[in-house]
Design a protein around this ligand. Structure first.
Ligand code: FAD
Length: 394
């Protein structure tokens, strides 16, 4: 029995690793179009190990995040990948956010989190002296990790478990064809044959599904997230992780402060509609990606529903002072000299024709392969548990 996994992000690599553990005699080939693993969402995310507090109880996000969290912590501990369970605060700065704080707390309890605390301004400043809020949830489980390091370790283990298995860069998949009992996967340079195929293509997930005859009603829409770094003058203002209260209508958590495992503190990401799926600058543009999104009714319905939020995010993307204003809601003493523009990431988010964003993870079967269609945050945290689901389905 052999397996091809398309996509060398954390979901693809976790799937290849879990399958290899279960099938030590089998051979797995991971096909990645870039020069190495984790070049897109996985290598450009916030590096947070999510606790699972936010997600709808019983959803795939809630169950795989809790299970994936445990597995991830065991994995990174065992294989010496850098991590730190430093905890976070979710901070309400306005009265109108208080009911949402209570809802998130209740969800956390329902999702099985222990040690959550609702705290007031005094305890808040004990934990984070520069934060200004009226009420907060203290989440001890949240942590930070080196996701790229974890991917490199997964890739190493796959080959260690089975020397014939491979993680191949520079292999862009362009065709998937069922041939009797096997499947041929054609890349721009070669053709590979396997008994089973899984596609974990992130920002390209819907296109890979279309190659396999899946007629999806959803499309992947890219949302860019820009980050700023805190400069040395601002870094001491953040000890751990500080998050705002998220908008319950959107799957984004709002711009937050994240202490990074390799050092430094990042602020962001915002969420702006991107004119290029794998484009990381404010002016990145792809005609193909733009037409694809703008010919889809879902994109226009999304714009109609959330135009006010969207405009605000665009303003913040192009105006440093507006971005700073959003950050100052949590840390009022933050000054312009405390931040400097940094990298960006792009989220792959499935969108329905009616303009609603698909909240939960989605995994579907095509003619020849299993496709991970929607795996936004917290899919990095949940990756080892998502992989278990896929291996079971295989
Ligand atoms: C800004 C941002 C912040 C985030 N923060 C967090 C966080 O703190 N914690 C968390 O748990 N999650 C976070 N997430 C979400 C998390 O990063 C993703 O859910 C996760 O990385 C998805 O992994 P993936 O393997 O599905 O996708 P990706 O990492 O995008 O990997 C997909 C891979 O498929 C490859 N590919 C695509 N098409 C082809 C093809 N035709 N042929 C060959 N290869 C192909 C791509 O090159 C890519 O390497 C964040 C995401 C973003 C963007």
């Amino acid at each position: 029995m052999n397996l091809i996994v398309i996509g060398g992000g954390i979901v693809g690599l976790a799937t290849a690793y879990k399958w290899q553990l279960k099938n030590p005699e089998g051979v797995v080939t991971v096909l990645e179009k870039e020069a190495g693993v984790a070049k897109h969402q996985t290598g450009r995310n916030s590096g947070v190990i999510h606790s699972g507090i936010y997600y709808k109880p019983g959803s795939l996000k809630a169950t795989t995040c809790r299970d994936g969290y445990q597995q991830l912590v065991e994995f990174v501990e065992k294989y010496n990948v850098d991590y730190d369970l430093c905890g976070k605060l979710i901070v309400a700065t306005e009265e109108r956010e208080l009911p949402q704080i209570d809802r998130i707390y209740a969800r956390g309890i329902e999702n099985g989190l222990e040690g959550l605390e609702i705290i007031g301004p005094d305890e808040m400043t004990d934990a984070e002296p520069f934060v200004a809020g009226i009420k907060a949830i203290k989440v001890p489980q949240t942590g930070i990790v080196d996701y790229v390091g974890m991917c490199l370790k997964l890739a190493e283990l796959i080959v260690e478990l089975q020397p014939e298995s491979r993680v191949l860069p520079h292999q862009r998949v362009i065709r998937i064809t069922q041939k009797g009992k096997v499947t041929a996967v054609k890349t721009d340079t070669d053709t590979f044959i396997a008994d089973r195929v899984v596609a974990c293509g992130g920002l390209e997930a819907d296109r890979l599904a279309a190659l396999d005859g899946l007629n999806l009603d959803v499309k992947i829409v890219p949302f860019r997230g820009d980050y700023y770094d805190l400069t040395p003058s601002g870094e001491h203002k953040v000890k751990h992780l500080i998050y705002p209260v998220p908008d319950p209508d959107l799957p984004f958590l709002g711009v937050h402060f994240t202490r990074m495992i390799k050092g430094g503190v990042e602020c962001g990401p915002n969420a702006v509609f991107s004119f290029k799926r794998e484009g990381y600058s404010k002016t990145s543009f792809s005609l193909r990606d733009s037409l694809n999104a703008l010919r889809f009714s879902g994109t226009w319905n999304l714009f109609k529903k959330h135009w006010r939020y969207g405009l605000g995010e665009y303003e913040r993307a192009f105006s440093r002072s507006k971005f700073l204003e959003a950050l100052q809601k949590l840390i009022p003493s933050l000054e312009d000299s405390d931040i400097t523009p940094a990298r960006a990431g792009v989220r792959a988010q499935a969108l329905r024709p009616d303009g609603t964003l698909v909240d939960d993870f989605v995994i579907e079967k095509g003619r020849a392969a299993i496709h991970v269609i929607n795996a936004p945050s917290p899919a990095a945290t949940a990756s080892l548990a998502i992989a278990d689901r896929i291996v079971k389905a295989l």
